[in-house]
Design a protein around this ligand. Structure first.
Ligand code: TYM
Length: 326
């Protein structure tokens, strides 16, 4: 069976981009893959965090995994810092990585932009991500397209190490969805939807209430043409909304173009509000049920034990090939 690994940072509210780019894939893949889903708290601390808020966010993301449909009977769900192999492999991989390739990472350049001093953790972020993936002999990594450069670096490290030390790691591949791979900000469809954007109306979080969802969609930037037609280059605003529509319904882009022929953006947006509100309602309900339950903590503990069992022999294999230890 193919091994799947992915992770989400416990920072801010999980939004439609995270859901449609990554979490939706998590649920699909668990039916016929051996899936491991992680809450990557060690990545979150590459920027300053309030400890209390961080702990809450870890449990929020864990509960959201389950709320969207990740089934702990089928998938392993755990918190990254509970399995020490991530940090250990992170160091071992650091010794095979180059400052040049890490300086070229666009996420690092964006996050470090304008800062007088940039935390070392931010620089090493992609190496820790490579460790997450390689630690489990992962074949498939379901993510949004913004992670592609990190996946490529992981593959480079994997090949470099296998060439130098003999067969050690499995070569992973990124998996990106067609419609959800890059959900754009609602207020500015030239930027990706992100947790950290200042304007709350730029995103829809999975736990937002109906009035917020309505406001964000009705105010979403479109164009003055008023024709519902998919063209990401010329009409990025409406095309982004169409991608969201497709992801929440059984309709294709062509179906939507036909359905709204001769109609305006107002009609389309009103329907989209209903579709998104209805799509998120069961997620919110399940989240409330599980978030403060003992079951959640048990699932994470059990997940960490199961993940650790897979990680230890892989780490040993690499240490053995490297010649460290006795
Ligand atoms: P994070 O927490 O920023 O995002 C979690 C997932 O959501 C996807 N995503 C998007 N997809 C579509 N449109 C968007 N606007 C959008 N914004 C975010 C991301 O691509 C990601 O799949 N580095 C990772 C976390 C990570 C990880 C890993 C992922 C750490 N280790 C190992 C996979 C495997 C990140 O920052 O995700």
């Amino acid at each position: 069976m193919n091994r799947v690994f992915s992770g989400v940072q416990p920072t801010g509210n999980i939004h439609l981009g995270n859901y449609l780019g990554a979490l939706k894939q998590f649920v699909e893949l668990q039916e016929d893959h051996d899936c491991i889903y992680c809450i990557v708290d060690l990545h979150a601390i590459t920027v300053a965090q309030d400890p209390k808020e961080l702990r809450e966010s870890i449990l929020d993301v864990a509960a959201l995994y389950l709320a969207v449909g990740v089934d702990p009977k089928k998938s392993i769900v755990f918190v990254q810092s509970s399995v020490s192999g991530h940090s250990e492999l992170g160091w071992l991989l650091t010794c095979s990585s180059y400052t040049g390739e890490l300086s070229r990472m666009t996420q690092f350049k964006d996050k470090g932009k304008g800062k007088e001093s940039v935390p070392t953790g931010l620089f090493m972020y992609p190496v820790l991500m490579a460790a997450d993936i390689l630690l489990y002999d992962t074949n498939v990594v379901p993510v949004g397209i913004d992670q592609k450069q990190h996946i490529e670096l992981t593959r480079d490290l994997c090949n470099r190490i296998n060439n130098k030390y003999g067969d050690t790691f499995v070569l992973p591949e990124g998996r990106y969805l067609k419609e959800g791979a890059k959900i754009m900000a609602l207020d500015d469809p030239t930027k990706k939807m992100s947790k950290s954007a200042e304007n709350p109306l730029s995103r829809i979080s999975l736990l937002d209430d109906e009035s917020k969802i309505k406001k964000a969609i009705m105010k979403a930037t479109t164009d003055s043409e008023g024709v519902i037609k998919f063209d990401m280059e010329k009409k990025p605003g409406i095309s982004n909304l169409m991608n969201i529509y497709v992801s929440f319904s059984d309709l294709s882009i062509e179906d939507i173009e036909k359905k709204y022929e001769g109609k305006g953006y107002g009609d389309f947006k009103k329907d989209l509000v209903t579709i998104v509100v209805d799509g998120l309602a069961p997620i919110k309900k399940r989240f409330e049920e599980i978030r403060h339950s003992d079951e959640l903590i048990e699932i994470l503990r059990d997940g960490a034990n199961r993940a650790n069992e897979i990680a230890v022999p892989v780490l040993e294999r690499f240490k053995n090939n490297l010649g460290v230890g006795i």
